[in-house]
Ligand binder design. Sequence first.
Ligand SMILES: Cc1cc2nc3c(=O)[nH]c(=O)nc-3n(C[C@H](O)[C@H](O)[C@H](O)COP(=O)(O)OP(=O)(O)OC[C@H]3O[C@@H](n4cnc5c(N)ncnc54)[C@H](O)[C@@H]3O)c2cc1C
Length: 269
Amino acid sequence: MLGGQVRLAAKQPEHEIIGEVTRYLEAAAADGGVDLQLGVTATPASLRELAADVIVIATGSEPNLPNQQRDDAKHARTLGRQVLPSIPGLDQDFVVSSDQILSGEVEPSGNVLVVDDNGHWEAAGTAEYLSERNCRVQVIASHSLIGEDIEAGTRTLFYRRAAIKGIQLRPSTALLEVGNHRVRVAAVFSPRNPTGWNKYLLVPGDDEWIEGVDWVVPVMGRRSREDLFLHLKESSEFDGVQIERVGDCVVPRLIQSIISEAFTLAQTL
Ligand SMILES: Cc1cc2nc3c(=O)[nH]c(=O)nc-3n(C[C@H](O)[C@H](O)[C@H](O)COP(=O)(O)OP(=O)(O)OC[C@H]3O[C@@H](n4cnc5c(N)ncnc54)[C@H](O)[C@@H]3O)c2cc1C
């Protein structure tokens, strides 16, 4: 199927409409007579066989968590392009990504802590998705708002639904460590050391453990799946072939910039 992350996003409550984007593009591709080969993994070997003049890589992105290394990211890491978060404990089994949840790969239950370090729908919508599946959900964010980058009116409606569903929201709270089914956090701001130049420093509050956490869902950014692109660029076997990349494979972000960028590239080909 076409769609990548949009198919996951469309599973979030009140977010189904985002699926129109890929439905529209799929229809446009069919109208344009594009030969779609689905369920195929592109590799350097399979791409070489195609003997194309131009290859556009759109392999997207995946959650930037230590236990989410499907693309081995070897080239990218060698180039210092893939830096994992340094928070201890993120590699444990009960720490899962929103992709794993929305794809149905894992089905959390009980107390779930969602970490919104992204500020958009990835965390907020996943919290709602989990709540509708009878999880007790708490969302923390180091920002002063949960869903800080969601458009204000839409965010307000999310807060209303969160209140109805009993989702606890705890903004201005930083994740410091994931222990054994417990999570260490601290308030981002505190009244400590308020005199002199200290008042211009950001002094966090005391650490606190949130106990009895069955699942942790850190939404802390994504990393591009760029190894295929880097491989083709470096390989002499693709000398003379124009290799381009678009979308989250360049850098993870929102759809409108991706479509605009892909459209601009397509006009040059
Ligand atoms: C939960 C969630 C909610 C979101 N909400 C919004 C929103 O409200 N608004 C917004 O603008 N953006 C949103 N986004 C972000 C948006 O979905 C992404 O920016 C966009 O989908 C990126 O598109 P892409 O095609 O570059 O990559 P992806 O969507 O990651 O797609 C890449 C595709 O390539 C496939 N692939 C990878 N490697 C290979 C290979 N070797 N061979 C063949 N296929 C391969 C993958 O399986 C995948 O299907 C959201 C994302 C998530 C996860």
